[in-house]
Design a protein around this ligand. Structure first.
Ligand SMILES: Cc1ncc(COP(=O)(O)O)c(C=O)c1O
Length: 430
């Protein structure tokens, strides 16, 4: 079959007529489908329904006899700190557990830097006019909104198959106003890319003009594999250890949470950092809060006592998610690949598929889908300030809808992407 780029104007017009017929069929269906946010589906949440049973059965005390109902253990109960240490491949003394939402921990960490400065800062970051933050793109819209809201100028860094383009990062960090970078090292949101070992080493070892430069290492999808074969699963080195090895021990804050392991609205967030960073953070957090929800930590530790238990639980999530990702990728493969007008990375985990349609058409594709009753994340959302310079990237979130809904929604997306591509090519040929 000829790709769209190989077709002449007549062939493209014939193709458009066929696509219009499909479009009319979808219009007549009166669809109302939502592919916007990467939320666990209700069946995934059901996997955790019994998490609180152990509290009634076995009480509220930890193995060491600590009463989780009362104040104490501000950094979290030892057994759950150990579980997160195993998940992140670090040691429990580097772990601080907070309440639901790692995004909250990221926001608070930045607020502390802005108001008080880091332990190695000359002044609070809030006093740095024109402060900047590096944003690998496409990326997570909420990350970008955090740093935008807190007064950073956001600087795009293109993603590659190995993580952020490190040649560009190494150049940009020569600017002393560049204070940090967002990183989602395993199954990046939205592309599902896993950083290579070399990318991790370059991030840990690079020379930065700002001596208090920080990597915000958001390991949100560290155990969120779609395949059971361990050899295929994304894995990155322990970044805290790497930064220490390269003489930059305070360079990184690592984040994770149980949001997409247990309950997204009632999870545990995790901040991992070296002693100096953690001491500085704890000093301020101790003023804010006496301790976090340790009852929830205990319930989690009993359900997921170690990394093996976490892995076994995540396999159940994978079994539910895999058919949805497969359906999405199958349709993209059969409907779009041959046209030569779109490309995407096949993720082995995480929550998203990110497709690049013909430059200059993503907004129109998303708009057309909306008119047909298929809600997608707004085009541009995966870029700082909501502006995709190429107007090309569209994030698909297959976790929440059913396989049948995905089938329809992704087919609609493909028809819209094809029509806009045909129009663009006809425009270019005229
Ligand atoms: C990369 C990334 N980080 C963080 C979050 C949110 O995590 P939490 O629920 O712990 O705030 C998400 C949710 O989609 C995400 O994709």
């Amino acid at each position: 079959m000829k790709s769209y780029r190989e077709m002449n104007a007549e062939e493209l017009k014939t193709e458009r007529k066929l696509l219009e017929q499909k479009l009319e069929q979808y219009k007549a269906m009166g669809l109302a489908l939502d592919m916007t946010r990467g939320k666990p589906s209700p069946v995934q949440l059901d996997l955790t329904n019994h998490i609180y049973d152990s509290l009634a059965q076995d009480g509220f005390k930890t193995k060491e006899g600590l009463d989780t109902r009362n104040y104490s253990a501000p950094a979290g109960i030892p057994e759950m700190r150990e579980v997160f240490a195993q998940i992140l491949g670090t040691s429990a003394d580097k772990i601080f557990l907070g309440n639901s939402s790692s995004l909250n921990q990221m926001f608070d960490s930045l607020m502390r830097a802005l108001v008080f400065g880091e332990h190695d800062s000359d002044k609070p970051w809030g006093q740095i006019e024109g402060r900047k933050w590096l944003c690998p793109v496409p990326g997570y819209d909420r990350h970008f909104r955090v740093t935008q809201t807190l007064g950073f100028e956001l600087v795009n860094v293109p993603m590659t198959e190995n993580g952020p383009d490190m040649d560009i990062v190494e150049e940009l960090v020569k600017d002393e106003k560049v204070m940090g970078i967002w990183c989602i090292p395993v199954y990046s949101n939205p592309d599902g890319i896993v950083y290579s070992g070399e990318t991790c080493r370059r991030l840990a070892s690079m020379k930065t003009a700002a001596k208090d430069f920080r990597i915000y290492w958001d390991n949100a999808y560290v155990v969120h594999h779609l395949c059971d074969d361990e050899a295929e699963q994304g894995r990155v080195p322990d970044i805290l250890g790497l930064c220490e090895e390269y003489g930059n021990p305070s360079r990184v804050y690592e984040f994770a949470s149980s949001s997409k392991i247990t309950f997204a609205g009632a999870g545990i967030s995790c901040l991992a950092a070296n002693k100096d960073n953690l001491d500085q953070a704890k000093k301020i957090m101790a003023v804010q809060t006496i301790c976090n929800n340790k009852v929830n930590q205990l319930a989690h530790a009993r359900m997921l006592p170690d990394l093996d238990a976490v892995k076994a639980h995540m396999k159940k999530h994978a079994a539910l998610l895999r058919p949805k990702f497969e359906k999405t990728l199958d349709i993209l493969g059969s409907e779009l690949e041959w046209t030569g007008t779109a490309h995407w990375h096949k993720p082995n985990g995480g929550y998203f598929v990110s497709i690049f349609v013909m430059p200059g058409t993503a907004s129109r594709v998303v708009g057309m889908c909306k008119d047909l009753g298929v809600a997608l994340t707004p085009a541009g959302a995966t870029y700082p300030y909501g502006k995709d310079p190429d107007d090309s990237n569209i994030r698909i979130a297959p976790s929440f809808p059913s396989v049948d809904e995905i089938d329809t929604a992704v087919n609609v997306l493909c028809v819209c992407a094809k029509i806009t591509a045909v129009d663009k090519l006809l425009e270019e040929q005229s």
